[in-house]
Design a protein around this ligand. Structure first.
Ligand code: NDP
Length: 338
């Protein structure tokens, strides 16, 4: 049976990646789109070949759909997610799940109680490069991990220079936008949880309204691994990367903090250098595939609701640290919800 999706939000990410990712499934259908504006909903439906366009969440939830994909601005995720859960729809929600981890916990707890599938769209876990790194570390190929470095400072394209750099109330800023992904990818690749973070943020000329457009974070993981991550909207030529250094080897990945299945992963040990081969499946298509499997009760979404709580709690701690100038503990209880 096919999974009929309703899109909550006539967004860029749905248009560029998620509609195709749903249609790449043998059992996936984009049934309807909801925008807060009737005109935008209709235009978006027409441009993307979506059969139905509605302008309220209620109308979307009353239509013949099984699951929703939420990709509105961040302040709307909580209420829209709660409404979908109440209506018994499965929910794949964009990051950050909400504006606070406390709100994210509410949503994830409600989803669990309702018995629906709830996932966070952390696409980078679906990248073959990150999965190859996770497997190499778990197999002991770099010995005991010591330190990691994440290079994820980009240039925000002109078409996205909107709410992210102007609207704090919509959850703008680079930390809620990119640091959440870095926290999640570090957790995934290392197979470890962060215990504390220390962060500096900056406004380097793009973001206004007191929002940050650059951040450098230092993380301490439970195992003792330390990590650094750099997120930015204003660097045109930096390139991206992810490194993990261990007692017996280093993994050095280039061009992997991206939406496309590209990049390279090098393993360097006493025996020399080896390029790791990895799967090049589209990241978003894999995310939807895993989500469909979870609906069939075959496993979990690639990133669960709990993973979304962790990444938001981590970003929240980074923002708090940047304000107080002190390292901030990431509450270990946040990962476990009764
Ligand atoms: P967009 O700015 O493209 O869309 C967000 C909202 O803005 C839409 O829901 C829409 O509201 C409104 N909007 C869009 N175009 C217009 C317009 N011309 N005039 C007025 N309003 C408009 O956001 P993104 O697609 O970049 O991000 C959406 C969400 O997805 C965020 O939560 C973000 O964090 C996340 N994201 C995740 C990524 C990932 O890889 N996991 C990548 C990019 C974003 P309405 O629906 O009411 O029409």
């Amino acid at each position: 049976m096919s999974v009929r999706w309703g899109l909550i939000g006539a967004s860029t990410i749905a248009r560029q990646f998620m509609i195709n990712a749903i249609r790449a499934q043998t059992d996936g259908e984009v049934a309807a789109v909801m925008s807060s504006s009737t005109e935008r909903a209709e235009a978006y439906a027409r441009e993307n070949g979506i059969p139905a366009a509605v302008s309220t969440v209620e109308a979307l939830l009353n239509s013949d759909i099984d699951a929703v994909y939420i990709s509105t601005t961040n302040e709307l995720h909580l209420d829209q997610g709660m409404a979908a859960i109440k209506a018994g729809k499965h929910v794949l929600c964009e990051k950050p799940l909400a504006l606070t981890s406390a709100d994210a916990r509410k949503m994830v707890a409600a989803a669990r109680q309702a018995g629906i599938v709830f996932g966070t769209n952390h696409h980078l876990r679906n990248a073959g490069a990150h999965r190859a790194m996770r497997e190499a570390i778990a197999a002991g190929r770099i010995g005991k991990p010591i330190a990691a470095r994440v290079f994820h400072s980009v240039f925000l394209p002109a078409n996205l220079q909107g709410w992210r750099i102007t609207r704090p109330e919509a959850g703008g800023g680079v930390v809620l936008d990119i640091t959440v992904h870095d926290a999640d990818t570090l957790r995934f690749v290392l197979g470890d949880d962060p215990a504390e973070v220390s962060a500096f943020t900056q406004s380097a000329g793009m973001a206004g309204s007191g929002l940050e457009d650059g951040a450098m974070c230092i993380w301490r993981f439970k195992s003792g691994v330390i990590a650094q991550s750099h997120e930015g909207f204003t660097t045109k030529y930096a390139g991206t990367g992810f490194e993990v250094h261990g007692t017996d080897g280093s993994l050095i990945a280039a061009n992997v903090m991206t939406q496309k299945p590209v990049g390279s992963v090098l393993l360097r040990t006493a025996s020399g250098e080896e390029e790791l081969n990895f799967d090049r499946e589209d990241l978003y298509a894999r995310s939807v595939r895993q989500f469909h499997a979870a609906i069939r009760d075959e496993g979990q979404p690639a990133a669960t609701g709990e993973d979304g709580i962790w990444s938001l709690a981590s970003a929240e701690a980074a923002l708090q640290s940047s304000k107080t100038g002190k390292a901030v503990a990431i509450d270990p209880q946040l990962g476990s919800i009764a």
